[in-house]
Design a protein around this ligand. Structure first.
Ligand code: ATP
Length: 494
């Protein structure tokens, strides 16, 4: 992960927010390459979910809504994480992310410590990594003979006490903490002016369900889709952009008759998993996991997560849920507005069920960065193999699609290169022009940016108007006509 984070900083994919002032935990900025990559992710989602479907329309809601929305949705009461504090060092943790880890060889306890991690398996690694060198050596020596016990601190058996992962101090019991960011609307800063930054985009869709239905002539089943910022005051923002306090969601609420909800749930679960593989997450690191009954929210009938095996562990990219008619029923009750649907064919009136695929733009972007990061070898100008770092993005997602290089800055080459560059730009392609330094070094820079095609204008171009196109992944070079470059690339980036 460190190598990827360094590359993202070095090449302008992701920066720490307000870095010149020391940053701010849980907030990230996307640099010139990152913003293109992220935009391509959002465009792919919007194209596939909205533009290419007759049964889905889009929406763009305000971030701050009437606070009653969040009372109806349950966020004011329920949007809580159980938290624990260290009585000694005052550090604060999510109770479900702290573990007590004990490693013993028979009666001989070698390690007994608190560890912060996403799951029990990683807690063992974190506990071992945090131990002093003497303990680590003893753990290694005892190896297979060790018996490990790992308990979440909010599920400790009788008689076991919890220790702070940072200072070994005593921990408080778990308490609830609301994760919505509060603000004030208008000049008064009293409770009547309180409002929230939305913690999800979905509720704006439910609040507009009737508007869309009345104005768009959609018939059941149909969906409303939205991409936008959400805010959660996460206790422990971590794992790079994975758990941020400000992030973007891409959410679809698909409304259907209760009798067809099971079928639509399976349809969307499978379609959404396939979408990620189509986006280039083709390795065995992508998983679809059905939730067990006890994991389901009280209103949900079924739920599955699309998960990715990040370097820091397996974690959720998107959840697909059958939310029944819970949300619309809540909003109907709280708003007093009729949110039923009348089917004029069957003469039936009902509150639709909702299937919700809810994904994160930042988490998807991070998974794509992890999947793309590759170290291999490529020959330099003299044919000697050199280590290279290459971001193997699917061409559809690559921030820059084409780089154009004149081999040298003379003999008319820059002029021809400029023409190829201008043609690509006129076609709306993200294209980069570079005439500085050895051509091998220019290729390396584009490999790190993940540019799928590099075109070089050389001596032969000046004789027969052909250029070489170099493929980022297999390093082959082909000669094609200079005036066919845009078409060549356009055909390969869809
Ligand atoms: P987690 O359990 O990881 O906190 P969640 O189940 O609360 O996630 P949802 O409420 O289902 O997440 O939100 C839908 C999607 O929004 C998630 O699958 C994820 O992609 C994204 N998301 C949620 N919280 C964050 C966050 N703090 N940072 C980045 N993306 C997030």
């Amino acid at each position: 992960m460190e190598k990827l984070v360094a590359l993202c900083k070095r090449r302008g994919f992701i920066f720490q927010s307000s870095e010149i002032y020391g940053g701010i935990g849980g907030f990230w900025d996307y640099g010139p390459l990152g913003v293109e990559l992220k935009r391509n992710v959002k465009n792919a989602w919007w194209t596939d979910i909205v533009r290419k479907r007759e049964d889905v329309v889009g929406l763009d809601c305000s971030i701050i809504m009437n606070p009653k929305v969040w009372e109806a949705s349950g966020h004011v009461v329920n949007f809580n994480d159980p938290l624990i504090d260290c009585k000694k060092c005052k550090a604060r943790f999510r109770a479900d992310k702290v573990f007590m880890v004990v490693a013993a060889d028979g009666e001989n306890v070698l390690l007994q410590t608190g560890a912060e991690a996403d799951d029990a398996e990683h807690a063992k690694e974190a506990a071992a990594a945090g131990a002093n060198s003497k303990t680590r050596r003893r753990l290694e020596k005892h190896g297979d003979k060790l018996a490990w016990t790992v308990h979440r601190v909010d599920e400790l058996p009788e008689g076991v006490t919890a220790h702070c992962p940072l200072c070994s101090g005593e921990l408080t019991d778990a308490r609830k903490f609301n994760m919505m960011f509060k603000t004030f609307v208008g000049a008064m800063e009293d409770s009547t002016a309180e409002a929230y930054l939305r913690p999800e985009t979905a509720q704006g869709i439910f609040a507009n369900y009737k508007n869309v239905l009345d104005t768009s002539r959609m018939k059941m089943p149909f969906g409303i889709a939205q991409i936008g910022k959400s805010f959660r005051n996460e206790i422990n923002p971590r794992n790079y952009t994975f758990r941020s306090r400000e992030f973007e969601q891409m959410e679809l609420e698909f409304f259907c008759h209760p009798d067809s909800a099971d079928e639509w749930y399976v349809y969307w679960r499978d379609a959404r998993f396939k979408w990620y593989t189509d986006l280039g997450l083709t390795s065995s690191r992508l998983h679809l996991r059905d939730h067990e009954g006890r994991e389901l929210a009280h209103y949900a009938k079924a739920c599955a997560d699309v998960e990715y095996d990040f370097p820091f562990g397996l974690a959720e990219l998107e959840g697909i849920a059958n939310r029944t008619n819970f949300d619309l029923t809540q909003h109907q009750e709280h708003s007093g507005k009729d949110l039923t649907y009348y089917d004029d064919q069957t003469k039936e009136r009902f509150i639709p069920y909702v299937i919700e695929p809810s994904g994160g733009v930042d988490r998807t972007t991070l998974a794509i960065l992890c999947e793309a990061y590759t170290e291999d070898e490529a020959p330099d100008e003299h044919g000697n193999p050199q280590q290279r770092v290459v971001m193997k993005f699917a061409p559809r997602l690559a921030p820059v699609k084409l780089a154009v290089f004149p081999l040298v800055k003379k003999e008319g080459m820059p002029e021809v290169a400029r023409k190829v560059y201008d043609d690509a730009q006129a076609a709306g392609m993200a294209v980069f022009y570079d005439e500085k330094g050895a051509v091998g070094r220019r290729y390396r820079r584009q490999d790190e940016a993940g540019t799928p095609f590099c075109v070089t204008i050389d001596g032969e171009t000046m004789e027969n108007q052909t250029v070489t196109v170099r493929d980022r992944d297999n390093l082959t070079q082909q000669r094609i006509a200079a005036d066919k470059v845009v078409q060549y690339v356009a055909e390969r980036i869809v």
